[in-house]
Design a binder for this molecule. Structure first.
Ligand code: 6SB
Length: 324
């Protein structure tokens, strides 16, 4: 499972957890403005906005999982297996292969409104990157500081939803996830009061009973409710350190520990990495399952007018600061 979230303080933050039982070998990748993007069915982009994010480098081609561009737009792909459906090429539409969708959007849109315009007549097509790389069955969250949308390509066509919570997990489809939040409208960060029955003497027997009733399990629907509640009620200072720390706490609410989610015999889904991009400043912060220290890559320390992607391996070895 995976979870994505946004957070706005002085700057705009965008990130995700990537939960899986194995890794495709991903790297923090900066694609500079003059790397030529050659798309399979639509016009090439020889020059475009610079992008930083997590990608699997297939030769020199960055297959992005999640990224932000230099203008502050962020986008992430999350599993949507069973509901995602990619179509055949159709004339008169903008045909974009599913693996091209992230760079195609981030390369050319400076705002979410530009994304909304760009994706009219979009057709997400089933063209594979290569024969030996089956398509990731995904849905996407696209955001900037003004808000978020969710894009779901399903058998009955393309669905574009406003996403007022700025979070995304996995199945079921987004509209159902949003609907299920109705079930939690009684939740409150305040100390609970007895609304159960006048005739019963129900008491707060401990401090810290805010959010009582928030689902704690790892299902996609429960993670959606939990991260939405955490994010919507999150309070922090607007400094960089506090905002980044708070962002990691928001996604920390849906962290997957090895052992709790067995997907096949002896195979466990874990949070392989958690990212937090400062989308306003082009900085990609991340932690990994085994390395809880925050590591950062800043796109503006690279030559953004270059033409070759720069990629850094994920630092996965635990860093411990000894105090004595
Ligand atoms: C597995 C991950 C989702 C994790 C997740 O959501 N786990 C919930 C499990 S659960 O099903 O909900 O239980 C997804 C997220 C992004 C994906 C890559 C996107 C680029 C590229 C697209 C190509 O087409 C295929 C290869 C490619 C490298 C993709 C591989 C894989 O598909 C990635 C890593």
């Amino acid at each position: 499972m995976c979870t994505a979230a946004t957070y706005l303080t002085k700057d705009f933050y965008f990130g995700r957890t990537l939960d899986y039982e194995f890794s495709y070998g991903e790297e923090i990748t900066v694609t500079p403005r003059n790397y030529p993007f050659h798309f399979r069915h639509t016009e090439n982009l020889e020059k475009h906005y610079a992008i930083i994010g997590m990608a699997h480098m297939a030769g020199d081609y960055p297959l992005y999982y999640d990224a932000v561009n230099e203008k502050g737009v962020g986008m992430a792909g999350l599993n949507f297996v069973g509901n995602a459906y990619y179509h055949k090429e159709e004339s008169g539409k903008k045909n974009v292969a599913s693996f091209e969708f992230v760079p195609w959007v981030l390369a050319q849109c400076a705002t979410l409104d530009e994304v909304r315009d760009l994706i009219t007549d979009l057709n997400i097509v089933d063209t594979l990157f290569s024969e030996n790389l089956p398509a990731g069955m995904l849905h996407w969250i696209i955001s900037d500081k003004s808000g978020s949308i969710t894009v779901e390509s399903m058998k009955d066509g393309l669905h574009i939803h406003e996403n007022p919570v700025g979070v995304l997990t996995n199945n079921p489809p987004f509209e159902q996830q949003m609907f299920m939040l109705n079930n939690y409208m009684g939740l409150s960060p305040k100390q609970p009061e007895n609304h159960f029955a006048d005739k019963l003497d129900l008491n707060m027997y401990s401090r810290g009973m805010g959010a009582l009733g928030l689902p704690g399990d790892l299902s996609s629907a429960s993670r959606f409710a939990r991260v939405a509640f955490t994010k919507m009620n999150a309070v922090s200072d607007d400094s960089e350190e506090e905002s980044v720390a708070q962002f990691f706490h928001i996604l920390g609410s849906v962290d997957q520990q090895r052992g709790c989610c067995e997907v096949s015999d002896g195979k466990y889904e874990i949070t392989i990495y958690t990212s937090c991009c400062n989308a306003s400043r082009g900085i990609y912060y991340y932690t990994t399952y085994s390395n809880s220290q925050i590591t950062a890559v800043d796109m503006h320390r690279e030559d953004l007018d270059g033409s070759v992607p720069v990629h850094y391996p994920m630092l996965t070895k635990q860093q411990i600061l000894w105090q004595n």
